[in-house]
Design a binder for this molecule. Structure first.
Ligand code: FMN
Length: 398
């Protein structure tokens, strides 16, 4: 069913351009109109014929095509859609965007548009990690450009690492967020989110863990990214796909989570949503422990470092402006959570009663506690909790 919404899709000159054909299909199926601009590079990878057949629209390629200018001027083309999407966004296209160039149709439209812009970068891992590309990325983000991906994985060039264009489904999710009109009031902010459980090894094949699914933390990371924040998600082992538009760093143990969190600083805010194990096995065995019939076995546990307290008590300039912790309790939730806030030195605590199927479920019922008092939020989906928390964070950082 037609939504009345439309996207201007710029396809740049990367191998991933073939995935943008699938994206066109997804947009059409969702009832979102799509008009495509092929860069000169893009036209080397996919043809105007296939793009036109899939989009059902004329395909634009040349800034100086007089027929196009008579039919629809380039300024109008840049504004007729609700959102401009560049996928794949090549290193070259990102550089020209950051520099404010307008030397072809795509960059002219990107400069002339009054609509939100979403890019899905795709390039070789070294090109992605190059200081020039990272500086261009930071410039674009600070201007409010939304970014989805890239993913890490095997690349067409035979190398491995971040640089693969996000999958069409992930780009589609980012397009839906952008079209929903979420304010981009966290653009230019960097936020670290911890999520999921930790696994504390007993021996090479066994570990101590908890029931955290990572759903709430991932939803928070996605909601912050949707408002334009640059988000680093430090995630324990979870069975979820990493959320789009977020840089995910996977960890195993609490100590690894602490190291990854500190390495991701400086940040404007840190949200500690992970269910970090309080204890680990003192001497995890190097080899698989064998069953000793009838003998029983005692594990000695030692305390893990406290990530929330560590971040909250960093010295002045290093402490993020806002530190948010989560308190999962099964009894006396408010009393324990309030005490946790003062003990750990964080600014807010999101308290939840996990006695009733919160772990792994889709709903959550939380109380937000700050220095002024507490506020009960009604039971709602974890996505809605995340959206509300992201709104509060945006207000606090503004
Ligand atoms: C086979 C081939 C594959 C390429 N793949 C990529 C890529 O994935 N990402 C990228 O940034 N550049 C890639 N390039 C380089 C771009 O095509 C080149 O920078 C071009 O100028 C980009 O054009 P555009 O900015 O008009 O899209 C590739 C070049 C070739 C020849």
């Amino acid at each position: 069913m037609a939504t009345g919404q439309s996207v201007l899709l710029i396809i740049g000159g990367g191998v991933a351009a073939y995935k943008s054909l699938l994206l066109i299909r997804l947009l059409k199926t969702a009832g979102i109109g799509v008009r495509v601009v092929l860069t000169r590079g893009g036209a080397q990878f996919v043809t105007p014929l296939s793009v036109g057949a899939l989009s059902g629209e004329k395909v634009f390629t040349d800034l100086f095509d007089l027929t196009d200018e008579a039919e629809m001027g380039h300024i109008q083309l840049s504004r007729a859609a609700d959102l401009v999407v560049a996928a794949p966004a090549t290193a070259d296209l990102m550089a020209r965007m950051a520099a404010g160039m307008a030397d072809d149709l795509a960059t002219t439209l990107l400069l002339a548009t009054d609509k939100d812009v979403l890019i899905a970068p795709a390039m070789n891992v070294r090109m992605w990690e190059h200081a020039a590309t990272q500086a261009n990325l930071a410039t674009l983000r600070a201007r409010g450009v939304a970014v989805v991906g890239p993913d890490a994985g095997d690349m067409a060039c035979g190398e491995y690492g971040p640089g693969r264009m996000a999958e069409p489904e992930a780009i589609m999710a980012a397009i839906r967020t952008a079209l929903a009109g979420t304010p981009r009031d966290l653009a230019g902010r960097r936020i670290v989110v911890t999520s999921g459980p930790t696994h504390e090894p007993i021996d090479p094949v066994r570990y101590i863990a908890n029931r955290s699914s990572g759903k709430q933390g991932q939803a928070i990371a996605a909601a912050l990214a949707a408002r334009g924040a640059e988000v680093v998600l430090v995630s324990g082992p979870v069975g979820l796909d990493p959320p789009p538009g977020v840089e995910t760093r996977g960890v195993g143990t609490a100590r690894e989570m602490l190291a990854a969190t500190l390495a991701a600083l400086p940040a404007d805010a840190v949200v500690c949503a992970a269910a970090v194990a309080d204890y680990r096995v003192a001497d995890a065995a190097d080899q698989k422990l064998k069953k000793a019939d009838g003998a029983g076995r005692t594990l000695t546990l030692v305390e893990n470092p406290d990530i929330l307290a560590t971040v909250s008590t960093l010295p002045g300039g290093e402490r993020p402006r806002l530190v948010v912790g989560f308190a999962a309790e099964t009894q006396d939730v408010l009393a324990y959570a309030g005490a946790k806030r003062t003990r750990k030195g964080c600014d807010w605590i999101v308290a939840n009663d996990v006695s009733q199927g919160v772990f792994g479920g889709d709903d959550n019922r939380v109380t937000l506690i700050d220095a002024q008092g507490s506020e009960d939020w009604p039971k709602m989906g974890k996505d809605a909790v995340a959206a509300k928390l992201a709104e509060r964070i945006a207000t606090a950082l503004s």
